[in-house]
Design a protein around this ligand. Structure first.
Ligand SMILES: Nc1ncnc2c1ncn2[C@@H]1O[C@H](COP(=O)(O)OP(=O)(O)OP(=O)(O)O)[C@@H](O)[C@H]1O
Length: 599
């Protein structure tokens, strides 16, 4: 499937045929004590499985649904498929908990037959993708509002049972069978990417994490947090639902059509750069309000489903019986809404809005508490003036602790507390100058700070007297999380980082004095992630930013400092007066970079 058909879910990309698996589907199926079903026409195919109509061979009772139904849907997954590495498909487990609850089809039997795992479930009708395609590729606002309220009630139910769906999109919403009483009822299928947002044993929200190479879901509808590899939570289903609704109504999303290896990056960048106002032009206002609300949600925030549902009240037809999609589930939530009304008038605190569609670049400066020491800063330093600043610093007993750059000019922090015994530095037209670095490595110098500028030149500082025992670096076109992850497993930690234009340079060292390290990467300054990490004992130890993204490395020190205070500042000018104020509180500049902070 190409982009225009909505695309396959990532992490399930390998369809059976692609794996060279040609095992024919059985003609008849009988699993887990089910009656015998004849396998008839194919209903659909996804990344994991294929779904066929199954017609009951013996003793059907003409019932439409339930274990005695004449026609059922049979979902086949080959036992060698990716999802069946550890036995039956993971989806089975999720259906055990959720199957048959509001808006989730019932699974009546399941079992293995030959090479296939087979699930026997209620037969449903066309997906919203099919309906959209057969209705001129645009749905009326009223139809989409019905979908909004009903799918919110389905998600509320699913979330209340501890799960997030993880792949909300038009293809995964199915209507009931045409010509039956269920034809206007909405169902959510494909639970293969569902994850728990709440720990079953403790009842607590799962821990926040970000692993920037962990994308699960479908590029077109994925939330920005999902693109960035953050642990899935309830807000992500709602953001995907917002994109689904806007797509169904407008017929197109602004990030369709990207191709190639960095498609997910480009789509995510576009999502971040599109304000709700832009995205929802030509949509009734409730759509924009809904989107604004969900993109501003916190990781563990409990969605106010009834309030979200009520946003769409004005777009729904007055008579529920005449609506194009059943909204019974939502009506139930609505009744609850009436009772909850009074407590819910808590809109007094306006939230800080993200995604205003206006990118901005700033200085990000990080300050650590330290024993009083001498520190000096220089900024707007042109190439030709670098040497004199460094020499004067050395003469005063200072060494370079940190370098950065802005608009092809350098910033230089020198202080008396580096612990280094000796230092060399190199200004070169390359990002980074490999031969020079190798030469210094030979002489037992290790990289302690790097900076780069758009034209590709770089400033590398290497020092003696560090605790490092081995070092490695990488320059790449996109943030090299995969490499970092590999090096973490080999005992390295990120010790410095810089960008030159859109390129990233990351230095990792062995014996860096950290017991653990994490990354925060975003198209804006990732405040929420940083605060969550801080609460867990991490402190920022490296920063770098391009025009598009900011990355922060946070580490847990092996030996905890007496004072763990760390403060951060974002300023459009170099923070010269702020630095002095911080010094007076014994806070000293520890990391510095210039780049993308707000969007
Ligand atoms: N109960 C059902 N009744 C009718 N059609 C169904 C049913 N379940 C699934 N289908 C059809 O089969 C398609 C694939 O099913 P499903 O999404 O469960 O598979 P998947 O391999 O997990 O998919 P994906 O790659 O989209 O995540 C659906 O889009 C739908 O068209």
């Amino acid at each position: 499937m190409g982009d225009e058909s909505g695309g396959l879910s990532a992490n399930k990309g390998v369809a059976q045929e692609d794996e060279g698996n040609t095992t024919p589907f059985p003609e008849r199926v009988q699993v887990g004590g089910s009656p015998m079903f004849k396998v008839e026409r194919k209903l659909g195919k996804g990344g994991f499985g294929q779904v066929f109509v199954g017609r009951r061979v013996t003793g059907g009772n003409d019932r439409l649904n339930g274990p005695g139904a004449t026609e059922v849907a049979l979902k086949f997954e080959h036992r060698n498929s990716k999802g069946c590495n550890y036995g039956p498909p993971y989806e089975w487990q999720v259906y055990n908990t959720l199957g048959g609850s509001h808006g989730i089809p019932k699974v009546h039997y399941k079992g293995r037959q030959g090479e296939y795992y087979v699930m026997v479930m209620d037969m449903l009708g066309p997906s919203l993708w099919d309906v959209w395609n057969t209705t001129g590729q645009a749905m009326s606002a009223e139809m989409v509002a019905c979908i909004a309220v009903e799918s919110l009630s389905i998600l509320e139910k699913m979330h209340s049972r501890g799960y997030v769906h993880g792949d909300v999109k038009p293809e995964n919403f199915l209507l009931g069978q045409p010509g039956t009483a269920q034809e206007k009822k909405l169902f959510l299928v494909d639970l293969g990417l569902a994850t728990k947002w709440r720990d079953t044993s403790t009842g607590q929200h799962v821990e926040y994490d970000q692993r920037p190479d962990m994308f699960r879901g479908t590029v077109r509808y994925a939330s920005v947090h999902a693109h960035l590899g953050r642990t899935a939570s309830r807000r992500d289903d709602l953001e995907s639902l917002a994109y689904t609704l806007i797509f169904l109504h407008k017929g197109r999303l602004p990030w369709q059509g990207y191709q190639g290896d960095n498609k997910s990056y480009l789509v995510c960048k576009k999502k971040m750069g599109t304000s709700p106002e832009m995205l929802c032009c030509f949509c009734p206002t409730p759509f924009r309000h809904f989107l604004e609300f969900v993109v501003n949600m916190k990781f563990d925030e409990e969605p106010n489903y009834s309030k979200l549902i009520s946003l769409f009240d004005s777009v729904l037809g007055p008579n529920p019986a005449l609506r194009p999609i059943n909204t019974e589930g939502a009506q139930k939530v609505g009744q609850k809404r009436g009772r909850l009304n009074i407590e819910e008038e808590d809109d007094s605190q306006p939230k800080k809005k993200v995604r205003l569609g206006v990118p901005a670049t700033q200085w990000i400066s990080i300050y650590n508490a330290r024993m009083p020491m001498k520190q000096r800063y220089h900024y707007n330093v042109a190439d030709g003036r670098l040497a004199q600043h460094v020499e004067r610093g050395i003469a005063d007993g200072l060494l370079i602790s940190c370098v950065a750059s802005c608009s092809n000019l350098w910033a230089l922090i020198m202080d008396a507390g580096t612990g280094f015994t000796n230092q060399v530095y190199k200004l070169s037209p390359f990002f980074l100058h490999k031969e020079w670095i190798m030469e210094q490595w030979e002489k037992n110098y290790y990289i302690t700070s790097i900076a780069g500028v758009t034209n590709g030149s770089s400033l590398v500082v290497m020092s003696k007297g560090t605790q490092y025992t081995q070092q490695s670096y990488k320059v790449s076109e996109s943030f090299p999380f995969k490499w970092i992850n590999k090096k973490w497993r080999e005992g390295f930690h990120v010790t410095s980082m810089a960008t030159a234009g859109s390129r990233w340079g990351v230095v990792m060292s062995r014996n860096a004095g950290f017991s653990d390290q994490v990354v925060e990467l975003d198209f804006l300054y990732p405040s929420e992630g940083i605060h969550r990490r801080w609460d867990n004992g991490y402190r920022i130890t490296a920063t770098a930013a391009t025009w598009d993204q900011s990355a922060l490395i946070l580490s847990k020190p092996r030996r905890r400092p007496a004072d763990e205070t760390q403060e951060t500042l974002r300023t459009s000018q170099f923070p010269s007066t702020h630095v002095k104020e911080k010094w007076s509180k014994n806070l000293y500049l520890a990391c510095l970079c210039y780049g993308r902070t707000v969007c």
